[in-house]
Each structure stands twice: as C-alpha cells, then as structure tokens.
Design a protein around this ligand. Structure first.
Ligand code: GAR
Length: 190
C-alpha cells in the first residue's frame, strides 16, 4: 500500500474526507502523517479523531524555508511517504520539498485553474461574476497553482446562488474529487 502525507494549515475538511475514505477502505493507502504549520489549526483535532500522527512545524522556529522543509523531509523519509497531498496548506512549497518529491506532490484548488490562482479563489471568482465554478487538483511545481492538471470538476451552479451556497457546493465537490483523484493515481501507479 502506498503511504500518504497530508499537509494542511486550517480547518481540515479535505483532510477529514481523505482520512474517512482511508478508514473505510475506499482509498487503499496509509496516511502516515499530517504535517501542519499552525499549532492551533482545527485539522489537528480531526487527526486525533482518526489516530493519525501529527507533526507541527513552525517556519519561524527554523528561520528559513530551507531548514523548515529539511526537517519536514526528514520525517517524510523516515515514514517512507510516497505521495504528498496538500489540503489547504497555505505555504508555497520550496525547492527542498519539490526536489525531494518531484511529481509526488499534489494540491487541491477551489477554482478552475488557470483562472483564479491564489489564496482567495472562491471569493475572487464570485466577485468576477463567473457562471461556472469548479475545483482543480494538480501537481505542484515551482509555479504557484501552475503545475500539470490531474483532474477538474464543476459544481451545479444556479443563477442567484449566494457566496455561502457556492462555497458549500465547492467544498462538497472537493471532498469527492480528492478521494477519486488519489484513487486514480494509486491505480496508475502514481
Ligand atoms: C480548500 O477549499 C482548498 O481548496 C483551499 O483551502 C481550503 C481548505 O479547506 N486551498 C487553496 O485555496 C490553495 N490555494 P479545508 O481546510 O477545510 O480542507
């Protein structure tokens, strides 16, 4: 079975969707570790519920992105991690992480890339007035939200939907698409 690491910074609903799918064997993989960069993030509570090892790394403590990522990579190597899934991890991956896990890091983004890159994609799309909303899962490279697309999905948008309704539909789709996409990669041998 392949070994996953999930990186998250906040709420962790995508983390939990993956953890749930692993727990009921919808995804045949191990989640070896949750890597979190925020000691108070709610995702840590979710990991406890699923008995998943959590490692919190503070960039401040390490002083540089390089040292911070070296410490993370050390843990990932010890745990024989095969695939890194970014799930609301709000840091840019640096060279250390990218060079050690080339084409082994994937990210979920709440918009149809290449539109609406960045940290506020849903509200940016809403303010723009788009009529088609969706989610993208892509490989992570040095270009922010710019790696090769693996999968995309669209929500069932109705004219007049509120921002809250759109967010809810997007998150629901994210949870489904992330599980499907991890399974697709496992099937293809990653
Ligand atoms: C998700 O919507 C994810 O797509 C987004 O952060 C949210 C995390 O939610 N990521 C990005 O915007 C990356 N650019 P969660 O913590 O509940 O999984």
């Amino acid at each position: 079975m392949i070994n996953l690491a999930i990186f998250a910074s906040g709420n962790g609903s995508n983390f939990e969707a993956i953890a749930k799918a692993v727990a009921n064997e919808e995804i045949k993989a191990n989640i070896k570790v949750l890597i979190c960069d925020k000691p108070k993030a709610y995702v840590i509570e979710r990991a406890k519920k699923y008995n998943i090892l959590t490692c919190v790394f503070s960039l401040k403590k390490y002083g540089s992105k390089e040292k911070y990522e070296e410490a993370i990579v050390k843990v990932l190597k010890e745990l024989n991690v095969d695939l890194i899934c970014l799930a609301g991890y709000m840091k840019i991956c640096g060279e250390t992480l990218l060079n050690n896990y080339k084409n082994k890091i994937i990210n979920i983004h709440p918009a149809l890339l290449p539109a609406f890159k960045g940290a506020h994609a849903i509200i940016d799309a809403y303010n723009y007035g788009v009529k088609v909303y969706g989610v993208t899962i892509h490989y992570v490279n040095q270009e922010i939200d710019g790696g090769k697309i693996i999968s995309q999905g669209v929500i069932d948008y109705n004219e007049g939907d509120t921002l809250e309704q759109i967010e809810e539909k997007i998150h629901k789709l994210e949870h489904k698409l992330y599980v499907q996409t991890i399974n697709k990669l496992i099937k293809e041998g990653i």
